[in-house]
Design a protein around this ligand. Structure first.
Ligand code: KG4
Ligand code: ZN
Length: 335
């Protein structure tokens, strides 16, 4: 048949995911989340690889089963080549290679950061080119000028921690379990964002820095706890709201500059942190004030998932952009 059906695999960090896309339409998105990292307060690379090895066959099997597409009818196999954890990526890359080899079909490598942006094309409404996408996750913070499906330019990025990392690390200082981002979001909803003032780091041009806030929160808490050992418990909502407020401010200051500088009307956010309700609200207000059209994917497509890898793979398939069988994963990979 002339159908284009692609199996896509994502294994860059701590989610093992598989998705099937048929003629540009995502049929499913199977995700196995690894809970083994919780008690360590962060992703442990070695444990991530092991969990990927355990999860990958059942996840791929379920994606194929529920799509109703037989593996012999697949047109190509896609996988995340990078950026990500080397050992985690290796599991997906090796699996994709052997499957493509066995089925004698093309292999398509995908850049994880490009895929986060293309998550906006899984469902309607879709942004119009050119647009700016702020990709905010546990590993990355990037402002991307998106000129076409596969033509993107990073116009700003963090020089140290990712914003998700800042959420998680400050949450840890507050005694919250990993990943702390969603918990900060939750407590912030009942707190006063102006209760405490944390620094807004201003970097040159469109770049970001999120490592300063961690230190600021650390010293602030240390001083307060000396006077009142139950300071955190008594002020948890306000602390979360204030930290979140500073992080969102920093994100939006540069986004505003970028949108103006490049004269775009469509503005998108992607990555795990785009689930943050404070960020969503602030962005919605800003869009109303400035006449932007904003695009926020469904939560399922914000965090790491194979549907976005499948979407990216579809566009690469149309261009005939395939990989060779000796492709290797890249821990660091530019858009
Ligand atoms: O995209 P993602 O699932 O994985 C990476 O590629 O990193 O993003 C995970 C990050 C974590 O830092 C997590 O704390 C953060 O997204 N996150 C949030 C929220 N939901 C997830 N941060 C703030 N508020 C949320 N609601
Ligand atoms: Zn991601």
């Amino acid at each position: 048949t002339n159908d284009i059906s692609i199996l896509a695999i994502e294994s860059s960090c701590d989610e093992t995911s598989a998705s099937i896309i048929l003629n540009g339409k995502v049929l499913n998105n199977i995700v196995a989340t690894q809970s083994v990292h919780e008690k360590y307060g962060g992703v442990v690379p070695e444990l991530a690889s092991r969990a990927h090895q355990e999860n990958i066959i059942p996840v791929v099997h379920e994606a194929l089963e529920s799509s109703g597409i037989r593996k012999n009818d697949l047109s190509a196999i896609a996988f995340t080549r990078g950026p990500g954890l080397m050992g985690a990526l290796l599991v997906g890359v090796s699996f994709a290679k052997s499957m493509a080899y066995a089925l004698k079909i093309p292999l398509i490598e995908i850049n994880h950061m490009q895929a986060h942006v293309l998550a906006h094309f899984i469902e309607d409404p879709k942004p119009n080119f050119p647009f700016i996408c702020l990709t905010v996750s546990g590993g990355h913070t990037q402002l991307v000028l998106v000129k076409d499906y596969l033509d993107m330019q990073v116009i700003g990025e963090t020089r140290d921690d990712a914003v998700g990392e800042a959420f998680d690390k400050t949450a840890k200082l507050l005694g919250l379990p990993y990943p702390g981002g969603p918990l900060i979001d939750k407590y912030a909803q009942s707190g006063n964002p102006k209760a405490f003032e944390f620094p807004i780091t201003r970097m040159p041009e469109l770049d970001y820095s999120f490592s300063g806030i961690k230190t600021a929160v650390l010293y602030f808490l240390r001083d307060q706890l000396q006077q009142n050992p139950t300071f955190i418990e008594e002020n948890l909502n306000d602390l979360c709201a204030s930290i979140q407020h500073s992080l969102i401010e920093m994100l939006l200051i540069k986004l505003k500059v970028a949108v103006k500088q490049y004269g775009v009307k469509d503005v998108a956010i992607a990555g795990g942190v785009s689930a943050n309700s404070g960020l969503r609200n602030a962005l919605t207000d800003l869009a109303t004030k400035r006449g932007w059209n904003i695009f926020i994917p469904k939560f399922e497509y914000c965090t790491d998932n194979a549907a976005m890898i499948a979407m990216a793979a579809h566009y690469k398939y149309l261009k005939g952009d395939f990989s060779s069988m000796d492709v290797t994963p890249l821990a660091k990979m530019k858009i």
